[in-house]
Design a protein around this ligand. Structure first.
Ligand code: FMN
Length: 125
């Protein structure tokens, strides 16, 4: 796995522009103008790359929430990129590693509030 923490605004813009080209929508904003972007990459075809990535992102999201920093898991944008996406070369990650998913971070405009999820749970004795 590889973690790329991107604080460079121009690079985030470049990634966003490339994503806009793919969906042919110059106004698409899949990262909601967030100021920080973390990309988790994995070795090509690694069998548990999705699970590994999700675990890392969940841990980062929990810590961000603890620090009162807003975060959002970003899957959609990354799943549209091909292996030859221009920005990948600039991530400076190992050969044969490719972005899986990402996490955006930023200070929220309003207070963070969790939802009261109700997931049906069965107890089988
Ligand atoms: C695996 C995964 C991928 C997600 N990808 C995106 C995404 O690409 N864009 C987005 O806006 N939110 C994405 N989310 C966030 C969800 O849409 C949702 O806001 C988040 O899971 C919180 O759920 P809740 O609002 O029901 O608590 C993703 C969440 C997960 C778990």
């Amino acid at each position: 796995m590889a973690i790329s923490v991107i604080t460079n605004k121009n690079f985030i813009k470049e990634i966003l522009e490339e994503a806009r080209e793919i969906v042919n929508d110059p106004k698409a904003n899949p990262i909601y103008s967030a100021p920080y972007l973390i990309i988790i990459s994995a070795k090509d075809g690694h069998i548990t790359r999705l699970e590994d990535t999700a675990c890392i992102i969940e841990n980062m999201s929990l810590k961000a929430t603890d620090l009162e920093i807003g975060s959002c898991y970003i899957r959609g944008m990354f799943e549209r990129f091909d292996k030859d996406a221009r920005f990948i070369k600039k991530l400076n990650i190992e050969k044969n590693f490719y972005p899986v998913h990402g996490l955006i971070l930023g200070y929220p405009k309003t207070e963070l509030k969790g939802k009261n999820h109700k997931i049906k749970t069965n107890f089988i004795d």
